[in-house]
Design a protein around this ligand. Structure first.
Ligand code: G3P
Ligand code: CA
Length: 422
């Protein structure tokens, strides 16, 4: 807090310290942060296996994530790496090398869990179709077109499977499927096929470049780091883009991301994030729908025609010129008065101005017998306000019998401008 001395002359001096509470806000405000199970519950289960997805769903994650690869015979399988080496075990001719050089039959011979622990040896590399067959419309999917090659027709295959399992319409109408990619070209391919589908661009664009993604995406998934701060998130929100950073696995980073205002995040530990979020109003299908509705509301508020603007959250309190009671006369009963002003600017729905307990004016350890009285000409606002002047009136009573010690008297007060509806 920045102390401002508003009177320091003569016999009495007063000090006032302004403080302000600020909160993040913007045109886009998700209903509540979404929990995206990164490769399932991959902190405690082998990634991208049914065991991993089952556990994530059990934990209460809102989305289970799938990374897509294409086999040599054109089948979409769920695997992060472009090669089988890290996460599969089995005959080398089937279970090492590039995924797109193996047939589905070959990949089916591999264990996708043994590398993680012997108890998971029976886990297999799932096809996307098998994932849809297992979970149907009971969960939300967050599907990544991984290293898409136009020759693979990954996007066409994905939409065809979504059609087959009745997931295209709920993807469009309630974000049951979010499609993500580091490849803008891949997302644009999907957008060209069906502009209603919700797309998330993966990457860390500069603040200046963020608006361009709103042309085809509903959000951005950046790698979480120092650059993903409240200003970055606010810019995304100002463009009606949700922000889902990856991959956040510690409570400290989850709290930092939430403080920056993100709309959800990828994590290997959904249970940790859910513990931090506490009781949630809506989860799963309803959580996804709430996020979709919030996004739509943002678009509805944003002017058409390519121009818009934002108002940053503002609470500003500026104190006026110094005030002084002048000299007190011992032995004479009198009420001394002094005043200064404060200037209030607030973009909040409401605001309140309060002062700390004035107590007594002090000179060293000597206190005036009568308390200092402070009155504000205005202390509550029910709407935004700009440059509203407030008179801060001080009153000090001196009694005829008060024994006054020579000296300069002062008191430090704290004025606080706050809001409950930033
Ligand atoms: O999709 C978000 C995040 O998963 C991107 O990183 O490498 O884990 O797919 P990666
Ligand atoms: Ca991914």
């Amino acid at each position: 807090m920045r102390p401002l001395v508003i009177a320091a002359a003569a016999a009495v001096a007063l000090s006032l310290v302004p403080s302000a509470a600020e909160a993040q806000s913007g045109p886009e405000q998700a209903a509540q942060p979404l929990v995206v199970a990164h490769r399932g519950a991959s902190g405690t289960r082998p990634e991208h296996t049914f065991a991993s997805y089952d556990r994530a769903i059990e934990m209460g994650a809102d989305y289970i994530e799938q990374d897509l690869q294409v086999t040599s015979d054109g089948v979409l399988v769920v695997m992060h790496d472009g090669t089988l080496n890290r996460t599969t075990r089995g005959a080398a001719e089937n279970c090492t090398g590039a995924v797109n050089t193996k047939t589905l039959a070959q990949i089916k011979t591999c264990s996708a869990g043994q590398w993680f622990g012997p108890e998971w040896v029976d886990q297999k590399v799932p096809t996307l179709e098998a994932v849809f067959q297992r979970y149907g419309k009971t969960v939300n999917y967050y599907i990544e077109t991984k290293q898409p090659d136009p020759a693979d027709h990954m996007e066409e295959k994905l939409l065809a499977l979504m059609d087959e399992y009745g997931l295209r319409e709920p993807a469009a109408s309630r974000w049951q499927v979010l499609i993500q990619s580091f490849s803008a070209d891949s997302l644009k391919t999907v957008h060209a096929m069906d502009a209603r589908l919700p797309l998330i661009f993966l990457g860390n664009p500069t603040v200046a470049n963020i608006p361009s993604y709103a042309d085809y995406a509903v959000g951005i998934g950046p790698s979480f780091g120092a650059s993903i701060n409240a200003a970055w998130v606010n810019t995304a929100h100002a463009n009606c883009l949700d922000v889902h950073p990856y991959t956040i696995n510690t409570a400290a980073n989850m709290n930092a991301a939430l403080a920056a205002g993100v709309d959800g995040m990828f994590t290997n530990f959904s249970d940790v994030l859910i513990g931090i979020l506490g009781p949630r109003k809506a989860t799963g299908l309803q959580g996804a729908l709430d996020a979709k509705n919030s996004h739509d509301a943002c678009l509805a508020r944003t002017p058409a025609g390519g121009v818009g603007g934002t108002v940053p959250a503002t609470l500003s309190l500026t104190l006026g010129a110094p005030a002084s009671f002048g000299a007190f006369t011992p032995g004479v009963a009198k009420d001394y008065t002094a005043s200064t002003t404060a200037n209030v600017i607030s973009s909040a729905g409401d605001a309140a101005l309060t002062t700390s307990d004035p107590g007594h004016l002090m000179s060293g350890t000597f206190a005036l017998p009568e308390p200092l009285v402070v009155e504000l000409s205005k202390s509550a606002w029910t709407a935004p306000v700009a440059n509203d002047p407030v008179t801060i009136a001080f009153k000090q009573h001196i009694g005829a019998g008060d024994a006054l010690r020579t000296g300069t008297y002062a008191k430090t007060l704290t004025l606080t401008l706050s809001t409950t509806t930033p």
